[in-house]
Ligand binder design. Structure first.
Ligand code: F6P
Length: 460
């Protein structure tokens, strides 16, 4: 039977069945790897003085992780550089923040070649290879250059930018050309898939035919495959001791007030400034509601060595200070802004205790917080999800209150509407949302992608 070789920038170790310690993606991929046997390969997250390609293997929970250390220049040019200063902003439609430097592009290519050299000896003839995300776009082509004729799939966890935006990237055509080395390319939404297809056909002369794109002598299957969460696991987590204790703690601390919650990596794509301004607008427009509500925004810092992340952090500190300074009272603080990450079982309790989940990214490939928020709710008294129309999740979660995150007025109106929403309507919307979260969960996602990959005939 074929094994699965998963390749991604970050690798999650198995946790010996300790549920809740891993993210949903790690849970799904670990399950696939345990079922099919296989290896999860990627960067260890560690720095070494000089790249050696030395692999650290760990076997746990039915599969093996294989990780490699990178040297400082790789981390700077590949991870902090091309991945997070160039592709991340561009893929989230922020060409104003994208940095186009040949040094980053070169470092990205070099590091992907190093990954390919390192993982190549681990790949056996019958294995299927599944590459994840924007860090490793050229990896498939590099594997083909090293004689890998196996099935190779690629899944993009971020949006794919519109053609005209992608055209601003100096290496755009070369990068897209490398993607024709894959047999299947998966996107979260039809919109991201269409943008990719537009670029390939209109800028490069590829030919679209049904689900396939043809370019030179290659044919690639395009697949819409929205990622989900492990809904059952999250639901169980939300009924466990830690979640229950957190729920009680939050209810005591809310003291009868309605809690609005936001949980996001501290990233400019998450629309946190716009969210704070929308919330401030709500407080200014509804002085009578002020003392009955507060916003808890959890935002653990990430990618701290990249300037744009330092800037967004400073700007949010200023804005949260301004809102609290202008509006707080002797015994009421409108905004609790917390730069700390919490385990998923704690978050499950926080979600359940809140009346509103405020998920308003300016652009997001999917957004799993929206799905976890739904899975954690009390079916008898669920909270309301306010969701940005510009997330991948919005294509599936149409029973949420969908808003434009650039509009403070829409955010303010949605908060007012959610706070007043009758219980029957909350239950009706939640049921429909929960049904989708359970049906199209992470197991469904993984199965859908691997089924498509195994349908590809093997090269003769
Ligand atoms: O697709 C976006 C992503 O790679 C997610 O998988 C993850 O949430 C996030 O970015 C992690 O970013 P980083 O590895 O840079 O901390």
């Amino acid at each position: 039977m074929s094994r699965l070789i998963v390749i991604s920038n970050r690798v999650s170790a198995a946790t010996g069945g300790k549920k809740g310690a891993q993210g949903g993606l790690a849970v799904a991929l670990s399950a696939a790897l345990s079922e099919m046997g296989g290896i999860w390969f990627g960067w260890s997250g560690e720095q070494t003085d000089e790249f050696t390609g030395q692999i650290t293997m760990q076997r746990e929970g039915g599969f093996t992780t294989a990780t490699v250390d990178l040297e400082e220049q790789d981390i700077e040019e590949y991870y902090n550089g091309y991945a997070n200063r160039t592709l991340w902003p561009l893929f989230h439609y922020r060409i104003d923040l994208a940095e186009y430097e040949r040094g980053y592009a070169g470092g990205y290519q070099r590091t992907n070649e190093r990954f390919a050299d390192t993982v190549r000896p681990l790949i056996e003839d019958d294995d299927a290879v599944w590459v994840q995300d924007y860090h490793m776009i050229p990896l498939g082509a590099e594997l083909r250059n090293r004689g890998v004729h196996n099935r190779i799939g690629f899944f993009l966890h971020t949006p794919w930018p519109p053609r005209r935006l992608l055209s601003t990237l100096p290496e755009a055509k070369d990068l897209v050309e490398t993607m024709f080395a894959y047999d299947v390319i998966g996107f979260h939404t039809e919109e991201w898939l269409q943008s990719f297809s537009d670029f390939a056909t209109l800028e490069m002369g590829a030919r679209a035919e049904g689900d396939f794109l043809h370019f030179r002598n290659r044919r690639v299957r395009m697949l819409v495959c929205p990622i989900g969460i492990d809904a059952e696991e999250f639901r169980t987590l939300s009924q466990g001791d830690t979640a229950r204790q957190t729920y009680e703690q939050m209810m005591r601390s809310a003291n009868g007030r309605s809690m609005i919650v936001g949980v996001d990596r501290l990233d400019y794509s998450k629309g946190l400034e716009e969210r704070f301004l929308g919330y401030e607008r709500f407080l200014l427009e509804h002085p009578e509601e002020r003392r009955g509500v507060f916003l808890l925004q959890i935002a653990p810092p990430s990618r701290a060595s990249v300037d744009s992340y330092q800037r967004i952090r400073a700007s949010l500190e200023k804005l949260s200070g301004h809102i609290n300074g202008a509006l707080a009272d002797l015994d009421w603080v409108p905004l609790r802004y917390v730069n700390e990450g919490y385990p998923r079982d704690v978050l499950a309790g926080v979600y359940r205790a809140s009346s509103i989940g405020l998920v308003t990214p300016l652009r997001d490939g999917m957004n799993l917080v929206a799905k976890e928020y739904i899975a954690a709710q009390d079916p008898e008294d669920p909270g309301v999800l306010i969701l940005s129309r510009f997330t991948g999740a919005a294509a599936q979660m149409t029973e949420a209150i969908l808003i434009n995150p650039h509009s403070a007025e829409e955010i303010s109106d949605a908060i007012g509407r959610a706070l007043k929403m009758p219980r029957e309507e909350r239950i009706r919307r939640w049921k429909a949302l929960m049904e989708g979260v359970q049906r199209e969960d992470v197991i469904w996602w993984r199965q859908r992608f691997t089924d498509a990959l195994f349908e590809v005939p093997l090269a003769a």
